[in-house]
Design a protein around this ligand. Structure first.
Ligand SMILES: [Zn+2]
Length: 351
């Protein structure tokens, strides 16, 4: 079967269509015929090679996917062939201390589909039954592929880790990519006022449609901390959601209020930062990391998606044959929402 990924790590010139054997579902697994996959910044890092992570090659990219149930492994009786499903890309062992207390995101052997295992940009994928969820009523496969990674990331980061509560002032730093549109919506759902800070003014209308209360732009002359400080009426923010990393984190720290929480879910623009710890202790602020989500958190946010309170945001959909163009879109300054790959095709089971 065909997949889109790479045989050698490197830049986008290494992207290729690869051949893989069809996987067979083991006990407790489900084989899904993919109808849509979506990319994340994570795929760029996987392509380049992540220190400490060894992938099987050729490797198929993509953590997010949706499709139809095509075969059931031994012991799986509560799904039917042809069921429309979306996939939770988080993989946990279910046996360690964290898993036993229901905090699967802290699993000692936590892995992510497409990063540590073969990804979703292919025809068939086998995953544990617990990773397979019904596609919400009326959703397209593209919507199903656009939701799982970014919404569970925003949900855990804001609700569980940052402890966002109604009335909090939330700042979302950066509006590119797929996670900011999720964070804005989750922030509003949890009752916060949401300010989005971006280098790109063209995102203003889109974030306003998602419920952002205010929008500020920053650049080298008017830096992030200054515009955020003013936007918070010089009180600082209760929670700052920062996925940018090196260029923004020191400035996010200067814009946090007393007792404020900065939650870091990625470092798309660089991982190594220098911080003025005097601000940290004087404001009694905290900086916490968060990644992915546990099983219960995933189902909570999926419930809000299925009810329509949250909605996946698709930047653009490409046919399966245009994988390289889809991937390059991740680098676009205009990117807002998810880049989705449709296909590879309907397969023998029909529409
Ligand atoms: Zn575990």
């Amino acid at each position: 079967m065909r997949g889109f990924g790479f045989s050698e790590h490197g830049g986008t010139d290494r992207l290729a269509y690869v051949d893989l054997p069809e996987p067979s579902p083991g006990p407790g697994e489900v084989r899904v015929r993919l109808r849509a996959a979506a990319f994340n910044r994570l795929d760029r890092f996987t392509l380049a090679g992540i220190p400490g992570v060894t992938v099987e090659r050729p490797h198929v990219l993509g953590s997010d996917g949706a499709g139809v149930v095509e075969r059931l492994g031994e012991g799986v009786a509560d799904l039917a062939l042809g069921d429309r499903v979306l996939l939770n890309p988080g993989l946990w062992d279910g046996t360690c201390d964290a898993c036993r207390r229901g905090d699967e995101a802290m699993c000692r052997s936590y892995r992510i589909v497409g990063e540590h295992t073969q990804g979703t940009a292919t025809e068939l994928l086998c995953l544990p039954r617990r990773n397979v969820r019904p596609l919400p009523e009326g959703w397209t496969f593209e919507q199903g592929a656009a939701a799982p990674l970014v919404f569970q990331t925003a949900w855990r980061a804001l609700r569980t880790v940052a402890g966002l509560v109604p009335g909090d002032r939330l700042a979302v730093v950066g509006a590119g990519g797929g996670v900011a549109p999720a964070a804005v919506q989750v922030g509003r759902l949890l009752g916060a006022t949401v300010t989005v800070a971006s280098r790109n003014r063209t995102k203003e209308e889109a974030v306003a449609r998602l419920g952002a209360t205010s929008f500020v732009t920053f650049d080298d002359a008017t830096p992030l901390d200054r515009v955020l400080w003013q936007a918070s009426e010089k009180k600082g923010f209760d929670v700052i959601f920062d996925s940018v990393g090196a260029p923004t984190l020191p400035r996010s720290l200067r814009a946090v209020g007393r007792g404020g929480r900065i939650v870091v879910i990625g470092a798309t623009a660089g991982p190594v930062v220098e911080l003025d710890v005097r601000t940290l202790f004087w404001r009694q602020a905290s900086i916490r990391g968060s990644t992915m989500a546990g099983a219960r958190e995933f189902d909570e946010v999926l419930g809000h998606l299925a009810s329509g309170e949250l909605r996946p945001v698709i930047d653009v959909t490409f046919p399966f044959e245009d994988g390289p163009a889809a991937f390059r879109r991740l680098d676009s300054a205009e990117l807002f929402g998810k880049v989705v790959l449709r296909g590879p095709g309907p397969g023998p089971e029909g529409p």
